[in-house]
Ligand binder design. Structure first.
Ligand code: ADP
Length: 478
């Protein structure tokens, strides 16, 4: 018998199986890091059609159960895969997860199935969790289900729930009747509302609430960042903790990364980055003359106003006109932004490339070959792109908010400290002037290299963050 802490992690996204953003990165990395701390952490997620066949071929079919959602009696096949030492359990249902998307129009029911089903799967596989750790609105209802329903089941009577907010902007607000039709939640507390906000439910009923950086944990208590949950968060603030995400350094390691053209490390990064840049310039038909003097600015981001993409749109043409720079934007999302960026790229084919899709391989190549990564977010719970960029010697230029403030220190020419560039006020002038300043430093190679070396020293591995989660779990079960 072991006395390991049993942690059940439930999420709509888990790298490398299904990811659209940082949530997938976090749930992909945290279980591994927890298990290194002698925790017994398993993960439950949907068996989406889009999960690569390579993984599906290695999965083991364990059996099936039926999950009741209101009057619906739904089949759930259970598959298991041990990947990098972590046990993953996949819930199969063709009706819910049979199209090619991670999210679609039926998300309330699809993730109600995941949330209620995860309790049933845990029982089926006989995994008695000390902690259930749920993420964003998709699995938030598990906090309410534990409080209202499953706590009466002896199997979960000792279980505590931790709820992590990755982005307060996506709350999962649905008509009350629909939610209560699907899930056995205590209807009495919703007498005076027409809707149920699943994120609010998670905040209210979890034993601890975390968010993904200390600064964001403070910001969301304010009117400016609270997304109308600030009152609830202030009431519950004693259980709110900010823990900065780490990075999966096995995935984001330029010396071993199989997705980039040339591997490099801290000692040969100048040559390595140049070779990657050359390959990318050839791929995009950019002029390779004067490559050392032509900074490559990269943007790897969802195209959403949260990410400051409207600021990028405001300044990009001016930037292309005034400076000998190349800019590559990889992202997708808001159609207006996509069209606007495309129009500009068509007018500046020698300087500006826009790739409007989710492309993991190109993302890695851009991190490896870029000089400057722009991340002028309006708000940023944590942000991973800036941390990834630092591993690859690409300097982040960020707006100082949320996790960007907790991870990027603006370069100080006098002390020679800092790992990037930052500005405070969300406006195009401050953003543009900071880029201008950064481009000035780019041509002072000794300073630029100093910042890259400063960035290499930063430790964003999951080890430190996982230890903080473990302490929180232990506190919750006390
Ligand atoms: P968010 O979760 O808000 O989208 P993060 O910075 O926390 O932002 O995480 C984004 C993750 O998704 C990073 O790993 C980034 O490299 C990746 N990413 C974003 N857009 C794309 C894209 N179009 N193609 C490939 N990877 C992308």
């Amino acid at each position: 018998m072991t006395n390991k802490l049993n942690v059940l992690m439930v999420s709509s996204e888990v790298e490398p199986f299904a990811k659209t953003g940082g949530l997938g990165d976090v749930v992909g990395a945290l279980p591994k890091a927890l298990n290194k701390l002698d925790v017994n952490c398993i993960v439950i997620m949907p068996l989406y059609k889009c999960i690569s066949q390579t993984y599906k071929d290695k999965m083991k079919y364990l059996g099936y159960i039926y999950i009741d959602l209101g009057y619906r009696h739904q089949y759930c096949g259970i598959f298991n895969l041990v990947y990098q030492g972590v046990k993953y359990y996949f819930m199969d249902n063709e009706f819910y997860y049979g199209d090619n998307k991670i999210y679609n129009d039926n998300d309330l029911e699809r993730f109600a199935f995941l949330s209620k089903g995860a309790f049933e799967v845990a029982k089926y596989i006989n995994f008695k969790p000390n902690i259930i750790h749920v993420h964003d609105w998709h699995s938030a209802s598990m906090a309410g289900l534990l409080n209202d329903y499953y706590c009466h089941d002896e199997f979960f009577s000792q279980t505590k729930c931790i709820y992590t907010i990755h982005n307060l902007a996506y709350q999962g607000i649905f008509p009350k009747e629909k939610v209560l039709d699907l899930l056995p939640l205590n209807a009495n507390i919703y007498n005076n509302t027409k809707t149920i906000n699943l994120m609010a439910l998670g905040i209210q009923f979890a034993h601890k609430v975390t968010t993904v950086s200390p600064t964001y944990a403070q910001e969301i208590l304010t009117d400016a960042y609270g997304e109308r949950l600030q009152n609830l968060l202030n009431i519950e603030k004693n259980k709110l903790v900010g823990i900065l995400n780490g990075l999966d350094l096995t995935t984001y390691n330029p010396s071993k990364d199989k997705l980039i053209d040339y591997n490099f490390n801290k000692n040969d990064y100048q040559e390595g980055k140049k070779n990657n840049k050359l390959a990318l310039y050839k791929q995009f038909d950019f002029d390779i003359n004067n490559i050392d003097e032509t900074p490559l600015i990269v943007i790897i981001s969802r195209l959403a106003s949260q990410k400051g993409m409207d600021l990028v749109l405001q300044i990009v043409e001016r930037l292309l006109n005034e400076f000998a720079v190349k800019v590559v934007l990889l992202g997708s999302g808001d159609k207006n932004l996509e069209n606007s960026f495309n129009n500009i790229a068509n007018r500046y084919p020698k300087q500006f490339k826009v790739v409007l899709k989710f492309d993991n391989i190109l993302a890695h190549k851009l991190y490896a070959s870029g000089d400057l990564l722009l991340m002028p977010s309006a708000f940023e719970p944590c942000g991973l792109a800036q941390m990834i960029a630092l591993q690859y010697g690409t300097l982040p230029l960020v707006r100082a908010c949320g996790g960007l403030k907790d991870s990027i220190e603006a370069f100080n020419e006098y002390t020679l400290q800092g790992n990037g560039f930052s500005f405070n006020n969300y406006n195009d002038n401050d953003f543009y002037n900071t880029i201008k300043y950064a481009l000035g430093i780019y041509h002072k190679k000794n300073l630029w290299n100093q910042i890259i070396l400063n960035g290499f020293k930063d430790e964003f591995s999951w080890g430190k963050s996982a230890k903080k989660y473990l302490d929180l779990y232990l506190d919750a079960i006390k």
